[in-house]
Design a protein around this ligand. Sequence first.
Ligand code: FAD
Length: 502
Amino acid sequence: GPATVEEVDVVVVGGGPGGSTTATLLAKSGRRVIQLEKESFPRYQIGESLLPSTIHGVCKLLGCYEKVRDAGFMHKRGGSFRWGTNPVPWNFLFAISPEFAGEGSYAYQVERMKFDKILLDNAAENGVDVRQECRVNGVDTDDSGRVVGVRYVDADRTEHHIRASYVVDASGNSTRLTRHAGAERVYSDFFQNVAVFGYFEGGKRLPAPDSGNILCAAFDEGWIWYIPLSDTLTSVGVVIAKDKAKDVINAQEETLLQYIDRCTIVRDMLVDATRVTEGTYGEIRLRKDYSYANTRFWGKGMVLVGDAACFIDPVFSTGVHLATYSGVLAARSINSVLDGTMTEERAFTEFEGRYRREYAVFYEFLSAFYDMEQSEDSYFWKARKVTNFDRTDMAAFVSLVAGGYSGEDVLTDAAQVIERFRSSSDALTAAAAKTGGMDTDSGQRMGHMFSAPVVREVMEEMNALQARGAVTEGATEPPLLDGGLVPSADGLAWAEPADVHV
Ligand code: FAD
């Protein structure tokens, strides 16, 4: 073994947005943090369409808001959807939350190579000891089974051990570390899809002011995302049934082009475009993107953040939001324990409760969203009707994902949520059908959809996070969970509600 073992407060595994958020906030609180990333940045990653709370909330907290703003990313004011009963695309705009009607009502479409590097460099600038080309191969535990550090191999293939009070697993969807937190990955039966994606130059843009929107278009065999990354570069991916994956592996380009051909609206957008065939964007990639959640999000000495903990279908661009949100929560919990202000159990129950709540609300929202598409003869869409699911299987997964908190029965009754969502989305579709065009003046029509309680729930925590970014000092929030904690005045730890004036 090595002669000396380094010792720090926290080791963060992974240099993606989840890892960089956690590491930066801890370093800002004065912790000694080492962040280990196996690749050399910039590296490719999928997940390019972001939500406003990541930009206006988390990036402000991290102190890289200006760098992200000045990087030239495409402005995204919402999503345009060819989805549901209406054959014409309709909009889902961010400008629905009155608090953020102006400044904060947009997000960006990002090249993750650039975005993730800004966040990782920012971590280093805030004092995180960032080490690239360092692959973590396992964790070290003490006699009681508590995680007390990691072992990693550097670019020279030398093995090192680091001791730490906490290990954060933010190593993404291919993590091999989660079992050390006593966690087991459980897959949802509902979103068993596979995505095949590539890049095009010269694709059309939606009419202004929606030209930066993500376009999601349902067709018989699944749906396609169309994400404008610059004036000329577009990310295009088809999401199809997982059991089609075997046909895809040997013929990915053919598959992508064939499916695009069957989706009228995207085919028309790409009519003058050429597929990028060189460089990082020249590759066609495949990901099985079905949803999963771990049975535990933390164990003694270890916490799971981002895709390492859970992942949900990409149709609503929630991946980076969940990764950065859980990074904020994890940093608060670690700080609280290291400050000596509360027990590990208390601090991490709050982490897991809030994280599961956010995941569960999105999970239900997305189930309802899938349920909304009506293609009577389609195998893909028929198989994804909520009504076709064994209620007990669905309830079991939903109660797993909602597990850590109580107080809102709504999440244990998927059917009820879906009914509420359906009635509001029907009103929306009917209203949009009347005008027979792309909905560009959102106000009135979106009002229907956003009056649905489930959508309010989806927005609630994102708005709280965004408000945090606007007012970093002295902000007060009521507890989110029954008997739960509130963020400390600086937002970097937890406090008992009685100790903070709310
Ligand atoms: P990652 O971004 O995966 O980062 C993990 C990092 O850890 C990587 O850099 C990796 O190299 C490193 N690492 C891994 N193992 C080790 C190790 N052993 N040692 C050291 N380092 C290691 N999300 C959105 O927000 N919007 C979208 O539009 C969107 N579209 C998607 C489409 C598809 C098809 C899929 C599958 C996902 C999509 N997502 C989207 C989700 C998004 O990609 C992820 O949720 C997000 O990248 C998670 O961030 P993370 O920080 O948890 O992990």
